[in-house]
Write a protein that binds this ligand. Sequence first.
Ligand code: ZN
Length: 334
Amino acid sequence: MLRRYGQSGRVVLLTVVALAVLVCAAVCFLGRGRPVVRAASDVPSGSEGDVPEAGSASSGSSQPTLDVPSRYHGVLIRRRVRRFPQKLLALTFDDGPDPKVTPRVLDALERFGARATFFVIGKHVRRHPQLLKEIAARGHAVGSHGYAHVMHPTEERADSDLEANASLIREITGRGTLLYRPPGGFANSAGARAAVRRGMAVLLWTISSADAGHIKAETIIRNVLHTPQPGDIVLMHDGPGHGETAAALPAILSALEKEGYRFVTVPELLCAWDEWRRSSGLDERLEAQARPAKASNHSSANHHTMTSAPASGADSNSTTHSSRDRDATRHRWN
Ligand SMILES: [Zn+2]
């Protein structure tokens, strides 16, 4: 057939074929190079879903930060920052998770759009990992309350207890925590010292609900609503047997919301404190008045050790009211 078109015809035909091959090759090459068609499974492992280190930069702008400002790493926090103006409160729940109490607490928080911080016990987490997942998934902060809730561990046991809880929290939530609350609120315990050595913020509280004494919901409500101040950290419990706290929570949230308070995680509150200290020039003034802080466990009086209802809300908060107008203090152990 080619003979009918002679030499020039063959040249034209070969040129057309060559061009077609070139176009095909170009299309194939460009198609393979399009990054948008790359399957998710092609993404090298480790480039997404990396576990953010506690204290690293925030992973998403729409999510509240769970990072603890560096000024609070390795320090004890037992008072709120002085003259803090924003109506923010950090509700904290110790001793959970518990299948009867924690879900009720989570639901109440959800209804009011509130975020909180849960200081969890490792042995409870081991039994109910799904509850810890749920806490983290709902945007709450997770802190360590020790693996076995030992109030006065040896130095050696304190370290291993802290490590056991830290790795469990990381394994289940996908991120570590820089928050620690010593069992019993004993700020001078080996557990607190071990947490400080690890660069964790050791958190006490500025308002106690006194619910460790298994008091009635009405008393818990009264204790928390007594005289909240902007920037307070509220101690409550969601561990086994704390149904009264779950029952009290909606009334607490409702009343405080009406007063204009917002409920944030401890890391969010610490960020707000941090910002306030810088913008108000408080740091300079504090440096001028600096005096050495003293380790103390006086604030622990209401925590876990209270076995009966306080005579009044004022009594339950007496240790915190005395320090209301003082600054958040921090203590470094040597
Ligand atoms: Zn506890």
